[in-house]
Design a protein around this ligand. Structure first.
Ligand code: PFF
Length: 450
């Protein structure tokens, strides 16, 4: 519907909160803490910060600028700047990756919601009887129950996206994001009172230099930075396309990237001290949030309250991110096929839900199905999306920003011009980002081929 007036954010603050809502998600809490745990804690954080500033911020700024200057969603911005070229497919790849991530993201968000409800119903003591690990594995192996929770998540996302940019996405972000900040703050204050606080802080903040020699840490950090900020998926292009010229993009990019990183670090400062206080191991993989933490909460004084707060926080974080992932294909279908927002949200949301069914069943009836070197369906999707498709699309976007878009136009679109900052940004997207991402991508493809 190109002729219809474009939807807009109601305010700059609304845009920032929505973008933060997209960035802050399961990735900051569930993913960041276990990836950091598996990759040496402090050393990982150091590499991660490097990736955020060298790769994340320049790309984020470029994506917002692409969206705002073309006034087109993720899948369409390249059609405006490089019509009838192969670059139009790059935009499309973003739409595909966003949809792919949402397929399994909603499965995990469903697990989170189930745990929140368990805590709200005060039902975790029963859970403890079975043992936390068997209880979790029984739940995700159930053929129906996880699907029901996944459906609830998708239905909520569909309703919010169907209500539109300002009345749906922005309104929910204005409501939930401040609450999210408060919940995290409350958990952080509580964490400082735990006996393992110092050990947790040391684990996250003191680098083990030897870990820096392992190449896998760089791959993990880059993939995590892309996922956590929400880059290379068209989300930031799409959100940028609802902006007018009155907003300054460089400041917004820094606020979003820094806010996202800060959230992950504080979440780490909540999780690691709790884990150490009860003598458990943080390098437990994805089960950290669903097995180790519930066990910690069950032993902690006031743990039921802390557990409820934690899963409420995770639910909010996951929901606002799922919304942004759904908005990418929805905005694309609205423009490309002229669908109404409602039709696109419900139609695509339902398809994405259905495609998620195998990812969920992969823990139960379809547990025998493996791909990518013995990974289950959900793991394989995550691996392909985060380690291959995201860096690949990020590389292509950087090449587009640095080599195809006219330098003067690109700088103006970023509100930078030929300033020192402008030259730095252009150098980044022209050389630093493509080089770093290419090296990591080649390693990653080489690994997965092994
Ligand atoms: N950034 C979100 C998180 O950290 O969980 C997930 C996400 C949202 C990924 C939006 C990608 C995206 F486009």
């Amino acid at each position: 519907m190109p002729q219809k007036e474009r939807e807009r954010w109601g305010s700059g603050k609304g845009f920032l909160l929505a973008a933060l809502g997209s960035a802050v998600g399961l990735g900051n809490v569930w993913r960041f803490s276990y990836v950091a745990g598996e990759n040496g804690g402090g050393a990982f954080l150091l590499v991660y910060l490097g990736m955020v500033f060298l790769v994340g911020v320049p790309l984020l700024l470029g994506e917002l600028a692409l969206g705002r200057s073309t006034q087109r969603e993720g899948g369409g911005a390249s059609e405006v700047l490089a019509p009838a070229s192969h670059w139009t497919r790059v935009g499309l790849l973003g739409v595909v990756v966003a949809s792919l991530i949402l397929i399994y993201y909603a499965v995990i968000a469903g697990w989170v919601l189930k745990y929140l409800v368990l805590y709200l119903r005060n039902a975790t003591p029963e859970f403890a009887v079975a043992g936390f690990a068997p209880a979790f594995h029984n739940f995700i192996a159930h053929p129906i129950e996880p699907l029901a929770w996944q459906l609830v998540v998708m239905a909520l996302a569909m309703v919010i996206v169907a209500r539109g940019v300002e009345r749906g996405i922005e309104a929910i972000s204005m409501l939930l994001m401040p609450a999210l900040g408060l919940l995290l703050l409350a958990l952080a204050i509580h964490s400082a009172t735990l006996p393992g606080f110092q050990r947790g802080v040391a684990f996250l903040l003191l680098p083990d230099w030897a870990a820096l020699t392992q190449p896998r840490i760089y791959l993990a950090a880059l993939g995590q930075a892309f996922f956590s900020i929400g880059l290379a998926m068209g989300v930031m292009v799409t959100y940028g396309s609802y902006l007018t010229q009155s907003h300054r993009l460089p400041g917004a990019a820094v606020v979003i990237a820094l806010g996202d990183t800060l959230f992950a670090v504080i979440a780490g400062l909540v999780i690691f001290p709790a884990v150490f206080s009860f003598g458990l191991d943080p390098a437990q993989g994805p089960a950290l949030a669903f097995i180790v933490l519930p066990e910690v909460f069950s032993q902690m004084k006031g743990g039921a309250m802390v557990g409820t707060t934690f899963f409420l926080l995770l639910t909010i974080a996951a929901l606002t991110s799922a919304v942004s992932l759904l908005e990418v294909p929805v905005a694309y279908a609205m423009h490309r096929f002229g669908w109404s927002r409602k039709r696109a949200s419900v139609g695509l949301g339902s398809v994405i839900f259905m495609l998620g069914i195998p990812a969920s069943l992969g823990f139960g009836p379809w547990a025998g199905l493996t791909a990518m070197g013995g990974r289950g369906i959900l793991d394989a999707m995550d691996f392909v999306a985060v380690n291959i498709l995201l860096p690949l699309n990020g590389l292509l976007i950087a090449l587009f920003l640095g080599w195809i878009w006219r330098r003067r136009d690109a700088l103006a679109a970023c509100d930078l011009h030929e300033s020192r900052l402008g030259r730095f940004w252009h150098f980044s997207v022209r050389y630093t980002v493509p080089l770093l991402v290419a090296v990591v991508l080649i390693r990653s493809v080489w690994w997965s081929a092994q």
